[in-house]
Write a protein that binds this ligand. Structure first.
Ligand code: ZN
Length: 238
């Protein structure tokens, strides 16, 4: 059997093990990144809420001042009503009604703003609670990641040493081809011909003659569709 091919299959097996060993770490890493992103979004939302809340507080203050002013004028009108001549009274009464209506509208608006400010406060509080929760989760994931990597680091080191040794047994052009396909084909450089005569990597049909060549197990055969190295399925089972 073609010597380089034997070692390439060995290399693929080691690479698969390395991939599996590091996959948990990769998953944890991407989960942490996701959570950090979530915190960023929540913080941004919080800033917006506080800005809006400040606007509402200012509005509320303006309306409250207006109410006080109107009430002062109303008090004065009441005094006028008591003192002025009868002819003027109708006019004053109309003014009083107008002022009272305005006070009513302002008070409604103040009530609305108070509710809205309270709602924003609750929302901000919820955001803060959520951020704390996520930060805790990040910390614990970070911790478990470190614990995990201690064990896997040893195993990984061993695998890498083994990989280096295997790589030395493969002639450079073959190794280069393998590495290139690994990069562009999601970490699978060696594949087989299915019972239906398809490349198991890209599912194109492999010509009969090439299928026969693969079965002989003594040559370097490449799939025309994906560039992967084609070997007999038995060779991958060992
Ligand atoms: Zn293919």
């Amino acid at each position: 059997m073609f010597e380089d091919l034997k070692w390439l299959i060995e290399l693929q097996k080691i690479d698969n093990q390395i991939y599996q060993l590091t996959s948990e770490e990769r998953n944890t890493e991407s989960m942490i990144t996701r959570m950090k992103h979530e915190i960023e979004e929540l913080t941004l939302n919080r800033v917006k809420l506080i800005r809006k809340q400040r606007e509402h507080l200012e509005d509320k203050e303006t309306y409250s001042t207006d109410i006080l002013d109107h009430k002062r004028i109303l008090d004065q009108k009441q005094i006028d009503l008591d003192n002025d001549k009868k002819t003027k009274k109708e006019h004053i009464k109309r003014e009083v009604k107008k002022l009272e209506k305005a006070v009513e509208v302002f008070e409604e608006r103040v009530a609305e703003l108070t509710t809205e400010i309270k709602r924003q406060e609750d929302e901000i509080h919820n955001i803060d609670k959520n951020v704390i929760k996520i930060e805790k989760k990040i910390k614990s994931e970070d911790k478990s990641k470190k614990g995990m990597s201690k064990d896997s680091a040893k195993a990984l080191e061993k695998l890498i040493k083994k990989k280096e040794k295997v790589e030395k047994s493969i002639r450079t052009p073959f190794l280069n081809h393998y590495n290139r396909i690994m990069r562009i084909r999601n970490g699978i450089a060696i594949t087989f011909v299915t019972e239906e005569g398809l490349c198991n990597g890209c599912k194109i049909h492999i010509p009969y003659q090439l299928q026969q060549k693969v079965k002989l197990k003594d040559d370097y055969n490449i799939c025309e569709g994906c560039g992967r190295i084609l070997v007999d399925v038995d060779m991958l089972k060992k």
